[in-house]
Design a protein around this ligand. Structure first.
Ligand code: PLZ
Length: 446
């Protein structure tokens, strides 16, 4: 694991004086549109700890938004990426190729669901992977419409802004958006009017009805969904929803795309979250956890679909950069060696147990309206006591209290009222429990 001592330690206020100084420089030099959850400047990070420039050590329940599942300085990632850096930094795969790119595509074919022939193309960011999945699906189907879901998040580029549900902060003042994007309901169990037990069947019927009546199934190139919706609030579509939508896609020649950028690579206790209901997507987009912190993304899918785009139609200068590919091979090696799926499942067991206890025992525990998620992708949805009214102030207050105590947590959700936990899968169980202690104590402040 990492050289960073695996213990929380606060030696200054959070943020400390050196971070405050850097933040002043940052405000003067960095565009205001780029935010930060916590203006604590990082010196080093690894395992379950982020050490800041003032020497504080924070427990990491964020993993840089579900990226550093193997830790932020995993031995195999550092070793392989360092060796690659010394050999060559770049040639451009479109100019002269290299083995690492091919090897990552081979690993993706092995690890993603389904035993059909698969191919991949590599890119830099999640948004770029989603954009390319749309290009590929359109080239294959010769159709144009793309269907996405309420609470969905797919990125910040023009097309992926159109695919993303939430206006603020992602879309406000940035339009006009790409055409031929249609949004339909998702089975959000906690907020489904007739209850979670009906959500899967009713929401899928409603979504399919809207696609059929408003768009026409044979105009649809792709249906894109996150098997666990991330930025939208860690929403697990109620059981039955994903299989019904996947079957509808299959029956109508629509490319079914699972956006596993946040949920993939052991995060939910399986290599991919769509495995939970036995879904085999036609295309799958991955990024984040794939490369241990180096920028890499991929579209993987049925060979005949992936090959539909003409030669030269897909690419980009840096797509599948050799150092990022080396990082990915190190990350995948670590996931296999440490059985990080099992670790994620254990994190779920510990977290859900402790959170349920908080919900039932704390004086204000009923502001936890819902505890959900899988593996190390766990969240609590905060509501006003005795209601289901979203309480974003409670989520923000809890996050602030955790930050002050040296626990990095993130919020999310369409209503901004979800506190989410995405620890590195390699976090020690002592740190995990210490983080949960801090969350428990934070409830006294809201
Ligand atoms: N698809 C499912 O979760 C990125 C975004 C944070 P990029 N999620 C974190 C922010 O505020 O920008 C994400 C995702 C899903 C696509 C993306 C986009 O991935 O690598 O950020 O482009």
């Amino acid at each position: 694991m990492s050289a960073v001592p695996q213990e929380r330690s606060l030696v200054t206020a959070i943020p400390g004086p050196k971070s405050v100084e850097l933040q002043a420089r940052r405000v003067a030099a960095v565009a205001a549109g780029v935010g930060s959850t916590l203006p604590v400047f990082t010196a080093r990070a690894g395992g379950g700890i982020i050490e800041d420039v003032d020497g504080n050590r924070l427990i990491d329940f964020g993993s840089g938004i579900a990226v550093t599942s193997v830790g932020a300085s995993a031995e195999a990632v550092v070793r392989r990426a360092t060796a690659q850096l010394a050999d060559f930094t770049h040639t451009c795969f479109m100019v002269t190729p290299y083995e690492g790119y091919v090897e990552v595509c081979e690993r993706l074919a092995e690890l993603t669901p389904g035993d059909h022939a698969k191919k991949s193309a590599l890119f830099n960011s999640g948004a770029e992977a989603v954009e390319n999945a749309v290009k590929i699906a359109r080239a294959y189907t010769k159709r144009t419409a793309v269907v996405v879901f309420d609470h969905g998040y797919h990125g910040r580029t023009n097309l992926t802004m159109a695919l993303t549900a939430k206006n603020m902060p992602y879309k406000q003042s940035f339009g006009p958006f790409a055409p031929e994007v249609y949004r339909v309901p998702v089975a959000y169990g906690y907020r489904w009017p007739t209850g979670p037990e009906n959500a899967g069947a009713e929401a899928s019927a409603q979504a399919i009805d809207e696609i059929t009546k408003q768009i026409g199934a044979d105009n649809v190139a792709a249906i894109i969904i996150e098997p666990v919706l991330g930025e939208g609030g860690f929403i697990e579509p109620a059981r039955g929803f994903l299989p019904a939508i996947a079957q509808f896609a299959k029956d109508n020649g629509i490319v079914f795309v699972a956006d596993e950028i946040q949920s993939g690579f052991c995060r939910t206790g399986q290599w991919f979250a769509c495995e939970d209901e036995g879904i085999v997507p036609d295309l799958i987009t991955t990024a984040k956890g794939i490369a241990g912190g180096l920028p890499l993304s991929a579209v993987t899918g049925r060979a005949e679909i992936m090959d539909a785009a003409h030669a030269g139609g897909l690419g980009g200068t840096y797509g599948g950069n050799p150092v990022a590919c080396a990082g990915a091979l190190g990350s995948i090696e670590t996931m296999r060696e440490l059985d990080l799926n099992a670790k994620a499942k254990r994190i779920e067991e510990v977290m859900k147990g402790r959170l349920a206890e908080m919900q039932s025992k704390l004086p204000n525990g009923d502001i936890i309206g819902d505890i959900r998620g899988r593996g190390a992708m766990i969240a609590i949805e905060l509501v006003r006591s005795g209601t289901k009214d979203p309480d974003p102030a409670a989520a923000a207050g809890l996050a602030r209290a955790c930050h002050a105590e040296g626990l990095l947590v993130l919020t999310c959700g369409t209503y901004g009222n979800v506190l989410r936990f995405l620890p590195p899968l390699v976090i020690g169980e002592d740190l995990l429990n210490e983080g949960l202690d801090i969350i428990e104590q934070a409830f006294a402040t809201v």
